[in-house]
Design a protein around this ligand. Structure first.
Ligand code: ATP
Ligand code: MG
Length: 506
C-alpha cells in the first residue's frame, strides 16, 4: 500500500489520509482522537464524515461502532476488551459499515455477537460479510404468510398457529416456561429444513449452557446456531446480539431457506440499551428508557419476512419478553406487543396449577393463526378456542353453585378432557399427524370418558398403532391434507380397534 497524501482538513483541522490500495483504487481515511472513555462508550473528535453503524479502528487495536454523532464528536460503542484504549489515542475511520462474517458452516456452532466461535471447534471461514444493521426487505419483495411453522406444541399449533415469516411474542412472568416453548419450537424443526438461531441475551451463562445441552440432547444442534451474549459479555455485545442473529438469518434467506430466530430475551436487551443510553447522557423517558427504545426494537422486528419464493426464503421471529406480576402494560412489553403479529402469554397461575405449557388462551393471539393451518388440523381445532373459553367460564360459575344441569356437567367434563390433552411435558414436541389424530379423537368425543392416565396412553401409542396397522389412512391424510368423510370413517374404525387392543373401555 502506498501512502499518497496526508493533509489537514481546513475546516475541521482533522487528519485525512489518501491511500492507493493494491486494486489501484483510492481509500480515504479520517483520523481523529479519543477524548473520553466511559465503560463501553467512547467519545471521539475529529471525524466529521461518519455514518451510523460505521466501524472505527483505535490505536489500541480495538474497534468501535458509531451509534451517535454531531458536528463535533462521535460516540462509539467499544468492541473487544478495550483494556489498552485510553484518551488521546488515534481513531481511524475508513467508511466501512459494521459487518459480520457468515457462512453455511455456522450451523451447529456457538458464536458471540461478533460471530467469533465460542465452542472451541476451530475458526469459522466466512463466505460473505453481512451488514448488522440492515433495512428490512421492501414490501414488493414480500408475499403473504401462508405456510405454518409447526411448533409441535399442541396448544399453539391448534389455537395460536404460527406462520413462517411471522413475529410471535412470547411474554409472561419469570419461570413460567417461556424459554421452554421457544426451545420446543426449535427442537421440532428437526428434519424440516428450517435453520434455527437461538439468540441468548443478558441471561446467565449457566442457563445458556443448560439450553445448549438440552438442544444437543434432542439432536437439535444439527440445525441450530447459538448467538451467545450472556450477562458476562460486554454491553456492546448484548446490544448487538439480536441484530447479528438477524444478519446471520439473512444469509440463509438469500439461499431460499426458512429461518427461525428466538430472541431470549428482549426485556434484558432493553435494559442494556437503557444502560448505554444513560452513559450517553440521553435524557431518560418513560420507565427511564431512552426515547428511541421503540425504534431499537422495531427496526429489528421488521426484518422478519416471508420473501417472494423467487427471491428468498422466510425468517420467523419468536422474541421473548418478561413481565412483572403478570403486568403486560409495561412500556417495553406494550411496544413489543404492538410491533409483533401476536403474543403467547404464559401465566404464573396456570403454571402453578400444573397446566403446562402455561399458555393463557384468553390473552394469547396469533394474527395469522388458522390461515396457515392445514385443512385437517383446522377442521379439528376450529371449535377448541370457544369450547375452552366456555369451559373456563362455567368452571368459575359452578364453583359457587352446588347443583348444575346435566348439559353443563357434560360441558365441564369435556373441558376437563381438553385441559388434559393440552398439557404437554417440556421438550417433547409432537408431529402434526399426532395432533390431527388426538384432536380428531377429542372432536368426535371418544376421549370423553377417559381420565388423565388413559389419555396419556392414547397419545403415546396412537400414532405408532396407526403407522403399524393403518398406514394407508395416514398416507391419505398426507395427500389430501383434509379429513374427508371416508377418511373419518376409517379413523373411527381404527380408534375402536386401538381401544380394544389397549383394553381401554369406553
Ligand atoms: P425465566 O423467566 O427464568 O427465563 P422461563 O419463563 O423462560 O423462565 P423456563 O425456564 O422455560 O421458564 O421454565 C421454567 C421451569 O419450568 C423449568 O424448570 C422447566 O423445565 C419447567 N417447565 C417449563 N415448561 C414445562 C412443561 N411444559 N412441563 C413441565 N415443566 C415445564
Ligand atoms: Mg427463560
Amino acid at each position: 500500500m502506498l501512502l499518497l497524501l496526508t493533509c489537514l482538513n481546513p475546516e475541521t483541522r482533522n487528519l485525512i489520509m489518501v491511500q492507493k490500495t493494491k486494486k489501484n483504487s483510492v481509500e480515504i481515511t479520517e483520523v481523529g482522537n479519543i477524548i473520553d472513555i466511559k465503560k463501553d462508550v467512547i467519545t471521539v473528535s475529529g471525524i466529521p464524515n461518519c455514518v451510523f453503524g460505521e466501524l472505527l479502528d483505535f490505536e489500541s487495536g480495538d474497534k468501535g461502532l458509531v451509534i451517535e454523532f454531531d458536528e463535533k464528536r462521535i460516540v462509539a460503542l467499544l468492541m473487544g476488551s478495550g483494556i489498552n484504549a485510553k484518551a488521546g489515542d488515534k481513531a481511524v475511520s475508513r467508511g466501512d459499515l459494521f459487518r459480520v462474517p457468515v457462512t453455511d458452516k455456522l450451523v451447529g456452532r456457538i458464536v458471540n455477537a461478533l460471530v467469533k466461535p465460542m465452542d472451541g471447534k476451530g475458526p469459522i471461514k466466512p463466505s460473505a460479510y453481512n451488514p448488522v444493521f440492515k433495512d428490512a426487505p421492501a414490501i414488493m419483495s414480500r408475499v403473504p404468510i401462508t405456510e405454518s411453522l409447526e411448533t409441535g406444541i399442541k396448544i399453539l399449533d391448534t389455537m395460536i398457529a404460527v406462520g413462517k415469516g411471522q413475529r410471535e411474542l412470547i411474554i409472561g412472568d419469570r419461570q413460567t416456561g417461556k424459554t421452554t416453548i421457544a426451545m420446543d419450537a426449535v427442537i421440532n424443526q428437526k428434519g424440516k429444513d428450517v435453520v434455527c438461531i437461538y439468540c441468548w441475551i443478558g441471561g446467565s451463562y449457566t442457563s445458556m449452557v443448560k439450553i445448549i445441552e438440552a438442544l444437543n440432547g434432542k439432536g437439535a444442534m444439527d440445525h441450530t446456531i447459538i448467538v451467545a451474549a450472556p450477562a458476562s459479555a460486554s454491553s456492546t455485545e448484548q446490544y448487538l446480539a439480536p441484530y447479528t442473529a438477524s444478519a446471520i438469518g439473512e444469509h440463509f434467506i438469500e439461499q431460499k431457506k426458512d429461518v427461525l430466530v428466538v430472541f431470549d430475551n428482549l426485556t434484558r436487551h432493553a435494559w442494556i440499551y437503557r444502560q448505554i443510553a444513560l452513559l450517553l447522557n440521553r435524557s431518560p423517558g418513560r420507565e427511564a428508557y431512552p426515547g428511541d427504545i421503540f425504534y431499537v426494537h422495531s427496526q429489528l422486528m421488521e426484518r422478519a419476512c416471508r420473501m417472494n419464493p423467487k427471491i428468498g426464503g422466510s425468517m420467523t421471529f419468536l422474541p421473548i419478553a418478561d413481565t412483572l406480576q403478570g403486568d403486560i402494560t409495561g412500556y417495553v412489553q406494550t411496544n413489543l406487543v404492538s410491533m409483533t403479529d401476536g403474543q403467547i402469554y404464559t401465566s404464573a397461575v396456570l403454571f402453578n396449577e400444573g397446566f403446562r405449557p402455561a399458555v393463557d388462551i384468553g390473552l394469547s393471539v396469533s394474527r395469522i393463526g388458522s390461515k396457515v393451518q392445514s385443512a385437517a388440523l383446522k377442521e379439528v381445532s376450529v371449535q377448541l378456542r370457544l369450547e375452552y373459553a366456555q369451559f373456563k367460564e362455567l368452571q368459575k360459575l359452578t364453583k359457587m353453585r352446588a347443583k348444575i344441569s346435566s348439559e353443563i356437567a357434560k360441558k365441564i367434563s369435556r373441558g376437563q378432557t381438553l385441559t388434559e390433552i393440552l398439557i404437554q411435558p417440556a421438550n417433547a414436541p409432537i408431529s402434526e399427524m399426532e395432533e390431527i389424530l388426538i384432536f380428531y379423537a377429542f372432536d368426535v368425543g371418544v376421549l370423553d370418558p377417559f381420565g388423565r392416565e388413559e389419555i396419556v396412553k392414547f397419545e403415546k401409542n396412537i400414532l405408532k398403532f396407526m403407522k403399524e396397522k393403518h398406514s394407508e389412512i395416514l398416507g391419505e391424510i398426507k395427500i389430501t391434507k383434509e379429513l374427508t368423510p371416508e377418511i373419518k370413517q376409517s379413523i373411527n374404525k381404527a380408534f375402536m380397534e386401538f381401544f380394544k387392543e389397549h383394553e381401554l373401555l369406553i
